[in-house]
Design a binder for this molecule. Structure first.
Ligand code: EPZ
Length: 425
């Protein structure tokens, strides 16, 4: 397994271009199952999760041609509506093929994704919604077996989510795209990636309104009537936020190109409260540290609240700020696994259930640390950028799932960072 070695101390300076959004590209790749023909996705980040999704689509019978940063998906002669455990266990978001397969082909067999490091990650809301649309769902030896209504199509209904779920909303939007009648999703997730999927479905010939708000209406179209699409993926707001945090922690001055300030409002408000200068310059966000930082309390929430995917990165920032900061994680039940690793670097953080109480220290010290999940691994790299000495982050396959060319991008900003192939894990 590879490791990343970071030498701390250099303030990051310069410009970095953000790649396409992983969490937009994944549902959009699955949406190609809803039509035949060749769909072209542009500005696709070259990440492990994209490779996994391409492998899954090929397994299902689609042709997938990757010509970075473009991906073309073409309909094959037949489809095998089955997503095997071997692929789904690598990436939970594989569950996003369930809705389109069921809507388009009337049946689907998809491995239950199982939990992951950050939580149990159930999909009960996905399944409840599909059953409300007339699907018959049963669980069999770790697989979801879904069948459409006897010989018919899914039907448009009103579905009220018990809680906002990003992929749950996306799965049901895609299922509704080919249902008979109109589907209304209430208490939907409002993330920009959900809004982007709404744009895609409309490009394909659907009639989706309200994507990006908590009530989404989808007028179903006849199977076989949707068109392939050509679309450039929106930028990755979490990658952008990660580089913003890295610039702030290292006391640097970085311009993030291709980031939408609007999609990061909750993060920007908290960064400014901490004393970081964040300015929008057209399609760019400039982040500068001009003085001492202040401790800030943060509670994660569904969009447009503070993103859970930025919690680990913000906590690193607070670990070096004089005074106490309280970080509360409300979305996932086990998303503080970066804390024990940061403590080994000298951070002073007390975990109390959903809350981390961070007491700022003067310095972090380089150490060998273990990545456990995507955003935790990013926070360890950020800690390494500011720690005294050298930090080795192991099991960086977690990092490769969501950050394109991170060593190259950070090196260009002045970091001393390299990858060690095949390091001990
Ligand atoms: C998406 O995961 C993202 N992944 C995650 O990003 C992100 O952290 C998460 O949304 C929250 O913003 C993708 O978009 C591919 P949820 P998702 O369903 O859809 C509970 C990253 O780092 N829940 O919105 O799986 C669930 O347990 C990844 O890029 C149910 O109870 O998250 C959680 O507590 C990590 N039942 C909460 O809802 C369900 O049926 C929100 O989960 C579904 C979810």
């Amino acid at each position: 397994m590879d490791a990343i070695v970071v030498k701390g101390g250099a303030p990051l300076r310069g410009n970095v271009r953000i790649s396409g959004a992983k969490n937009a590209a994944l549902p959009i790749l699955c949406a190609t199952l809803l039509s035949d023909g060749a769909s072209l996705l542009r500005n696709v980040p070259m990440l492990r999760d994209i490779d996994t999704t391409a492998a899954l689509l090929r397994f299902l019978g689609r042709g997938v041609h990757v010509n970075a940063p473009e991906v073309t998906v073409t309909a094959g002669s037949d489809v095998r509506p089955e997503a095997p455990y071997e692929l789904v266990k690598q990436m939970r978001a594989s569950v996003l093929v369930l809705g389109p397969l069921l809507a388009r082909f009337g049946r689907a067999k998809v491995s239950l994704p199982g939990g992951c490091a950050i939580g149990a990650r159930p999909i009960d809301q996905h399944l409840k919604g599909l059953e409300a649309m007339g699907a018959k769902i049963r669980l069999d030896r770790g697989y979801v077996i879904a069948e459409g209504p006897a010989g018919g199509r899914l039907k448009g209904v009103e579905i009220v989510f018990d809680l906002p779920t990003v992929t749950g909303t996306e799965n049901l939007m895609m299922a509704a795209a080919l249902a008979k009648g109109t589907t209304t999703l209430v208490n939907s997730a409002r993330e920009p990636e959900v809004e982007e999927l709404g744009r895609i479905l409309n490009k394909m010939g659907c009639d989706v309104t309200g994507a990006g708000t908590d009530v989404i209406q989808i007028v179903g179209r006849d199977p076989g009537s949707l068109e392939p699409f050509d679309h450039a993926i929106i930028p990755d707001r979490i990658e952008a936020g990660t580089y913003m945090a890295a610039a702030a922690v290292t006391g640097g001055d970085v311009t993030i190109e291709g980031a939408e300030m609007h999609d990061l409002e909750a993060l920007v408000v908290k960064m400014r409260q901490a004393g970081i200068e964040v300015t929008a310059e057209g399609e760019k966000i400039r982040v500068r540290r001009t003085g001492d930082l202040r401790g800030v309390n943060v509670t994660t929430a569904p969009h447009p609240g503070f993103p859970t995917d930025m919690q680990a990165q913000f906590l690193v920032m607070m670990s070096l700020v004089r005074g106490e900061s309280v970080i509360t994680e409300t979305i996932f039940e086990n998303r503080f696994m970066h804390v024990p690793e940061l403590s080994r670097m000298g951070a002073n953080v007390a975990l109390r259930g959903k809350t981390a109480v961070v007491e700022g220290v003067d310095k972090l010290y380089g150490a060998s640390v273990m990545a456990t999940d995507l955003r935790a691994s990013a926070s360890l790299v950020i800690a390494g950028l500011v720690a005294e000495g050298e930090t080795e982050v192991r099991r960086v396959y977690h990092l490769d799932r969501g950050y394109e060319r991170i060593e190259e991008k950070l090196s260009k900003l002045g970091a001393t960072i390299s990858r060690v192939k095949g390091a001990e894990s």
